[in-house]
Design a protein around this ligand. Structure first.
Ligand code: PLP
Length: 226
């Protein structure tokens, strides 16, 4: 691995400072925006380096990848941010503390069942689709009803996650996510990635999901595991 852990520590320190400054500039408390380190395609040592540097939230899109990587981490909160396949719900509940990407009822029902079987309460976010190019996510207008159904199933719905558009009107997309968050309720608006986190903070994000800003560029993927 080409990235020294010192580099990860430096990037974490830089991003914590910048996110805090941006929050203050947006009239919010310095500590009001958490950083979720998105660890896809990064090795376990890099994940540890981010935790050692003071982060407490890590996230993965790929269940397969997280299984081994997240097995022996120091205490932290593990977020699933990938597409939820219903037949993987049980395994997802085993590995992760929070599922940010519940975008339809059948995924939620499968997770609720898995959480009941595991005897735990599962924290989830409703993933809202605010970008034309994005495949997943419920329609923003449908988010409150989906949240209500999920809560009736015993899931702890704590807010909204959205992925911004690569091009086009990012501000409009983020404003839509914010409106959906206000309708859904909860404490977490997971919005903003390495390229658009500043704007997300301005739109009320309480959690930015940073991959390359923390770990550097990802090595090219040879395949896309589920
Ligand atoms: C990869 C990914 C991120 C982080 O992306 P960067 O641009 O590297 O910061 C955040 N959220 C989701 C859902 C992702 O898949």
């Amino acid at each position: 691995m080409s990235l020294a852990s010192g580099t990860v520590a430096e990037r974490v320190a830089t991003m914590r400072a910048r996110v805090g400054e941006f929050a203050v500039a947006a009239g919010r408390a310095r500590g009001s925006v958490a950083i979720l380190a998105v660890t896809k395609s990064q090795p376990a040592e890099a994940v540890r380096a981010a935790l050692d540097a003071g982060l407490s939230d890590v996230g993965e899109n790929y269940l397969q990848e997280a299984r081994a990587k997240y097995a022996d981490l120091p205490p932290c909160t593990k977020h699933f941010v990938g597409h939820v396949q219903t037949n993987k719900a049980k395994a997802i509940v085993k590995v992760f503390d929070v599922v940010q990407s519940v975008d339809r009822l059948d995924a939620g029902l499968a997770l609720a069942q898995a959480a009941r079987d595991a005897g735990r309460r599962l924290r989830v976010l409703v993933q809202v689709n605010v970008s034309p190019g994005e495949r997943f996510g419920t329609r923003p207008g449908d988010a409150p009803e989906l949240a209500a159904r999920l809560r009736a199933e015993g899931l702890a719905v704590d807010g909204v996650m959205a992925i911004g558009p690569l091009e086009g009107d990012v501000d409009a997309a983020f404003a839509t996510a914010r409106t959906a968050f206000e309708a859904v309720g909860g404490t977490t608006l997971s919005l903003g990635m390495s390229d658009d986190w500043e704007r997300a903070v301005r739109h009320g994000s309480t959690m930015v999901r940073l991959g390359t800003a923390i770990f550097g560029p990802r090595p090219a993927r040879e395949r896309s595991p589920a």
